[in-house]
Design a protein around this ligand. Structure first.
Ligand SMILES: [Zn+2]
Length: 178
């Protein structure tokens, strides 16, 4: 089965549980809490927290029970297709954009979506030699050499590479199947 055959797939069905960064109370290590804007979900203010670079896992033994309870009640979040769809809507208009938007609404596979320095992403992830359509703006992105978002989407036999320049308009290209 390819992604283009997915039955009953929708942005709603693809929503994911809310995720939170893990943190610990600096003076009471050993219990992980879930971080929100300026405090842990259970109420500990940020000034008393040490923040980790991994996500809070409610099922973990070291998880704060109150935080785990509140995480379970938190509203779900859009899935990756819906989030990318929102970004691609702001892309330069054209048939590739329309085709990709339709593919994302049908649950196309987002195989990769990363952010980083343009030169690194182009060298290691963009596979520029496979891009056969829509690649004209790439030159300007190379010249600007800022940070870049790059997403690769596969839908049936079609493959798209989306460029999301940090301070420019996203654009959609098509790659030849590998
Ligand atoms: Zn907590």
């Amino acid at each position: 089965m390819t992604t283009s055959d997915r039955q009953g797939w929708s942005f709603d069905s693809a929503r994911v549980p809310a995720s939170f960064t893990a943190c610990e109370e600096t003076d009471a290590p050993g219990v992980e809490h879930a971080l929100t804007a300026d405090r842990a979900l259970c109420g500990i203010p940020e000034a008393r927290l040490t923040v980790y670079r991994h996500l809070f896992t409610p099922s973990q033994k070291s998880a704060c029970a109150r935080c785990a309870e509140l995480v379970a009640e938190a509203p779900s979040e859009p899935g990756v297709q819906e989030r990318l769809h929102d970004r691609v809507r702001g892309a330069a208009a054209g048939p590739l954009r329309e085709e990709l938007l339709a593919a994302l609404r049908q649950g196309a596979d987002v195989g990769l979506w990363i952010n980083g320095p343009t030169s690194t992403l182009l060298r290691h992830y963009a596979q520029l030699d496979r891009i056969v359509e829509g690649g004209e703006p790439i030159e300007a992105v190379v010249r600007a050499d800022r940070r870049l978002g790059l997403a690769r989407v596969v839908h049936g036999t079609r493959e798209f590479v989306v460029f999301i320049p940090e301070d420019g308009r996203p654009f959609v290209t098509r790659a030849e199947p590998a």
